[in-house]
Ligand binder design. Structure first.
Ligand SMILES: [Zn+2]
Length: 268
C-alpha cells in the first residue's frame, strides 16, 4: 500500500538512479503528455511531498526547469532498470512513462495525475497539502506538528479516521497508518475530531510510526518486521487483538476501509 513512506522511498530510488543523468529519450503514454519530449534534459533531483512525487529536470541550454508530478495511489510504481535489462515485474500495458538515460531507465507503471509544470509552479499541484510527515521541518510544506494539529482542529465535526486521511491536514498517511495510529492511541475511528482529547499525541505517533519505516519497503508498526507480525489491526479483521485477544473489526467509513479493536478502542 503506497503511503508516504513508500513514496519517500521511491523518491530516493529515482533520485539516486537519475540525478545528474541526461535523458536520452522520453516516452509519455498518457494523452495529455503524449507530445512531450524531454530528450537532452538533465535530471536534477526527485522529492516527495506527502504522497506526491516531484521529479525535477532542467534544460541545460535554456536553464528552464520543469517538474514531472506523479501519484502512486493504490497501485502505481516507478521501477529502475539497467541498460538493456528486461522490464520485469509489471505488465507493459500499465506503462505510463519511460525515461531513458545512457545508464538507468526509469519506467513508471500505472501512475496517476501525471503532469509537467514549471518547477517554480509546483505549489499549484501540492500547495494545498498539510505538513508533510516525511518532510524536513525547514523545507516548504515540511513537517510542522503544531500546524498539523491546528488543521485537524479546524474540522471538528468529521471523524478522526477521515481527518487523518485528509491530506490537507497532514500529508502522507493512508489507510494502514491511519488504522495503526488510532489503535496505538486507543481511539475509535468514528470519534469526532472535537472529542479527541490529545491530538498532539495522535500527530506525534503518526510522525514516529511513518518515519520508522523510512528507507525500507516493509511497513511495520509493532516493532517487528517479521511476516505476520508487522501491524496491530490493519488487514487483520477477525484475528485476535495482539493486546487483548478481542476479534479485530473491519468496516467502511466513507469510501475507505478501517480496522479497529472494539475493546482497546471503545466506541465514542
Ligand atoms: Zn484489543
Amino acid at each position: 500500500m503506497p503511503e508516504g513512506d513508500t513514496v519517500w522511498n521511491t523518491a530516493q530510488l529515482l533520485g539516486g538512479a537519475l540525478a545528474g543523468q541526461t535523458i536520452r529519450h522520453s516516452d509519455f503514454r498518457v494523452p495529455a503528455l503524449a507530445t512531450v519530449d524531454l530528450a537532452g534534459w538533465r535530471v536534477r533531483e526527485c522529492a516527495s511531498r506527502g504522497k506526491h512525487l516531484l521529479l525535477r529536470v532542467e534544460d541545460p541550454a535554456s536553464g528552464k526547469a520543469l517538474t514531472l508530478h506523479s501519484h502512486l495511489r493504490m497501485d502505481g510504481s516507478w521501477r529502475i532498470y539497467g541498460p538493456g535489462e528486461r522490464w520485469r515485474g509489471r505488465p507493459a500495458h500499465l506503462i505510463r512513462v519511460v525515461l531513458r538515460t545512457p545508464g538507468p531507465v526509469a519506467v513508471g507503471f500505472h501512475l496517476h495525475e501525471l503532469a509537467l509544470v514549471p518547477t517554480d509552479r509546483e505549489e499549484t499541484l501540492v500547495g494545498h497539502l498539510g505538513p508533510d510527515l516525511l518532510g524536513p521541518a525547514d523545507a516548504p510544506g515540511g513537517w510542522d506538528a503544531d500546524e498539523a494539529v491546528r488543521r485537524l482542529r479546524a474540522r471538528p465535526d468529521g471523524t478522526i479516521a477521515e481527518a487523518l486521511l485528509d491530506q490537507r491536514c497532514l500529508a502522507g498517511l493512508g489507510t494502514l497508518y491511519k488504522a495503526e495510529v488510532l489503535f496505538r492511541r486507543g481511539v475509535h475511528p468514528r470519534t469526532p475530531v472535537s472529542t479527541v482529547d490529545d491530538l498532539e499525541s495522535m500527530v506525534d505517533v503518526a510522525h514516529r510510526l511513518i518515519n520508522a519505516n523510512r528507507g525500507r519497503w516493509t511497513q511495520a508498526t509493532t516493532g517487528s518486521t517479521r511476516r505476520g507480525e508487522e501491524v496491530y489491526v490493519y488487514g487483520r479483521a477477525g484475528s485476535p487483538c495482539r493486546r487483548c485477544g478481542t476479534a479485530i473489526r473491519f468496516d467502511r467509513l466513507g469510501d475507505r476501509v478501517t480496522y479497529w479493536c472494539p475493546s482497546c478502542q471503545p466506541a465514542p
